[in-house]
Design a protein around this ligand. Structure first.
Ligand SMILES: C[S@@+](CC[C@H](N)C(=O)[O-])C[C@H]1O[C@@H](n2cnc3c(N)ncnc32)[C@H](O)[C@@H]1O
Length: 362
């Protein structure tokens, strides 16, 4: 049998131990050999018999001693083996519990990491879901808002078209008219102006900022068949000429006079302003309707403010002043200033595309 190294004695320990451990063997062999020889002599055996018997007893003692030695060595080895195995088992137990501890720690650490990852995955998922829902809600609100706006725009365009159809029916023209809008007054204002002329038959209308409005009002006078007059005022010669040309083509010159009055610096109502050359307008009195659609507001602050301060004393009793482009802040300030400056006027808001306000003088 091959014993493990830890069970076998070291070489040094083994040789010393071997001498010590074999002593009983020698003692037993010698004791048995000597004992048998002594017995033989006492029994009166012959010398050769005593020698043979003593040698046999010695050999038997050696065998017995050797067996005793084996028993002793094997017992020691078994004890050491047991100790070694126990020691190994203890070590293995310690190793296992150390590994268990380490593994337990790892498991806790891994669980923590997994939990963190799970949180990180769950949190953004819910955040994205929320963001997507908000985006979708925002988009549908925006779509709804756009639809409402488009619908509103469509309604406005239909209303303008209806105004233009009415205008054409009420004021027939002999030739095509340019499209209203942009620089020209909108269809709703043109219809109101033509309707006012047809209904109230103003004798004198002043149109600040000449153009289609001047021609439509002159056409309304022709249609109504009375002796009225529109004075279209323009600071730009080219636009004054364009209005004059349109007036001739439509055959309304008996009802329309176009005046070119350049803008110059003047003192009106306590302010120094750029206004139509007053000398070109000095002959105008008893205005029944003043339409304020010029000069252009572009680049000048409250460019149309001088209109009423300049024309107030040139207006007929109960005359009307219509201020276009009331959707602009500038025009709203002008209207406010006029209301405070000229008490006794009443005003009426017209919900037109560009907004308008009608003042009625006392
Ligand atoms: C608002 S526009 C007057 C429009 C006029 N009441 C009408 O209904 O046709 C005011 C001034 O702008 C100038 N104007 C007219 N058409 C223009 C154009 N296409 N480009 C630049 N200025 C223009 C003219 O001098 C006009 O007097």
């Amino acid at each position: 049998m091959r014993w493990p190294r830890e069970v076998r004695r070291s070489r040094w320990k083994g040789s010393l131990g071997a001498v010590r451990s074999r002593l009983p063997l020698v003692v037993v062999a010698l004791g048995m050999g000597g004992g048998v020889a002594l017995l033989g002599i006492l029994a009166g055996w012959s010398i050769p018999v005593v020698v043979v018997a003593a040698l046999l007893a010695l050999a038997l003692g050696a065998v017995l001693g050797q067996m005793l030695w084996w028993v002793r060595v094997t017992t020691g080895r078994l004890a050491r083996l047991e100790h070694f195995v126990n020691h190994r088992l203890e070590g293995l137990k310690n190793d296992t519990s150390r590994r268990d501890d380490a593994m337990g720690k790892n498991i806790v650490e891994i669980r923590g990491k997994v939990g963190k990852i799970d949180n990180e995955l769950t949190f953004p998922r819910s955040t994205y879901r929320l963001a997507l829902r908000e985006l979708a809600q925002g988009q549908s609100a925006e779509r709804r808002e756009n639809r409402v706006q488009y619908q509103q725009k469509l309604d406005d365009q239909v209303a303008l078209l209806e105004s233009f159809m009415q205008l054409q029916r009420l004021v027939p023209m002999t030739l095509p008219m340019p499209r209203p809008g942009t620089w020209a007054a909108s269809e709703d204002l043109l219809l109101w102006l033509a309707g006012y002329v047809l209904e109230h038959r103003p004798r004198l209308v002043v149109d600040l900022g000449s153009g289609q409005s001047s021609v439509w009002m002159a056409g309304a006078m022709r249609q109504a068949g009375y002796d009225g007059r529109v004075i279209g005022v323009d600071h730009e010669e080219q636009y004054a000429q364009a209005t004059e040309l349109l007036s001739q083509r439509q055959g309304v010159t008996p009802w329309l006079t176009v005046i070119h009055a350049p803008l110059i610096e003047e003192s009106i109502g306590g302010r120094t302003v750029q206004w139509y050359d007053a000398s070109a307008l000095s002959a105008i009195t008893d205005v029944d309707l003043l339409c304020v659609d010029g000069p252009p507001a572009q680049g000048a602050e409250q460019a149309r403010w001088p209109a009423l301060p300049f024309f107030r004393d040139r207006m007929a009793q109960g005359g009307r002043v219509i201020l276009d482009d009331m959707i602009r802040a500038d025009e709203q300030q002008i209207a406010q200033d006029w209301s405070g400056r000229f008490p006794g006027m009443t005003s009426q808001t017209l919900e037109f595309e560009k907004g308008a306000l009608v003042f009625t003088l006392p």
